[in-house]
Design a protein around this ligand. Sequence first.
Ligand code: ADP
Ligand code: MG
Length: 322
Amino acid sequence: MNEFDIISKYFAPLTMGESACADLKDDAAVLLVPPKHEIVVSTDTLNSGIHFLKDESPENIARKSLRMSLSDLAASGANPLCYQLSIAYPQRPEADWLESFTSALLADQKEFGIFCSGGDTTSIHGSLSISVTVIGSVPTGSAVRRGGAKDGDNIVLSGFVGDAALGLKSLWEGNEKLYSKAVGRYRVPESRINIADMVRKYANAAIDISDGFLADISHIAKGSALGADIYLGNNYLNFSTDVRLALESGFISLQEILCGGDDYELIMAVPQKNLGLLIDEMEKSNLKPQVIGGFKGKTLDVSLYDEEKKKLDITAGGWQHF
Ligand code: ADP
Ligand code: MG
């Protein structure tokens, strides 16, 4: 099978017959922009051994690639349209691998209402590298940016954080049976693309958690020239059962939980007048939003408080490649 056979047999079906893609028989896709909309575009690259384990299954690699990229659209309040898929293979891919990889993509495409509009297929001296560029749209002028948070906005989290960090640590240290749910979340994150409309309707600013909860919250704070206060505890920031058990047993530290990346939940800055509406809508979609504090002041500091409102000494480090 040469490059062109691979494209026509395995990748062309991912266009789901969209005429814009001409069955991948042309140089480029020609996309229709919905009237009075702007295009929102974002790329994420996943490298073997960095973003997924070297022996990860093709299904999980596929799903993680698409979901990681879609997460950027969700944080911008954009509805997905299509995506470009660029793959660099260290050796010619096996038919079985391609079959599993593209079947998993197709299943996620159907779930998230998106098609593949093209991509690139190359070889590499190195290991497998996959790059997904998602293309979405928003009504003109309505994209949600990191810098839009206002003094007094609530900080709303779309779900639990720290599971991916725990999952990865469990895989490294051979504890994956004990924390299997967290491992699952590291391998294949939940997609929050289904709340893009809510982000646009109710949030002043949003970001997806890719580098780490504290690092990403400080990106909003800095971008908006505000500080952030976050409270741990019952009516504020809670963790999943796996993370709670791992913290209690000392397997992982609070610092690792709050600074580990890869959760792909959304952090939103939500004005008080929209808070109830957002929470209601999210709960109707079977999500468990958490209101964990607020953006305020001009200090640009992210402060974390325990259940007794005592300030904790945790620095906002996150994942960095270099
Ligand atoms: P070029 O030689 O100009 O790079 P290609 O032969 O790489 O063009 O691509 C031919 C067609 O196949 C294009 O429409 C491209 O978008 C599509 N394509 C190539 N690789 C992939 C892939 N991994 N996934 C989806 N579409 C792909
Ligand atoms: Mg090419």
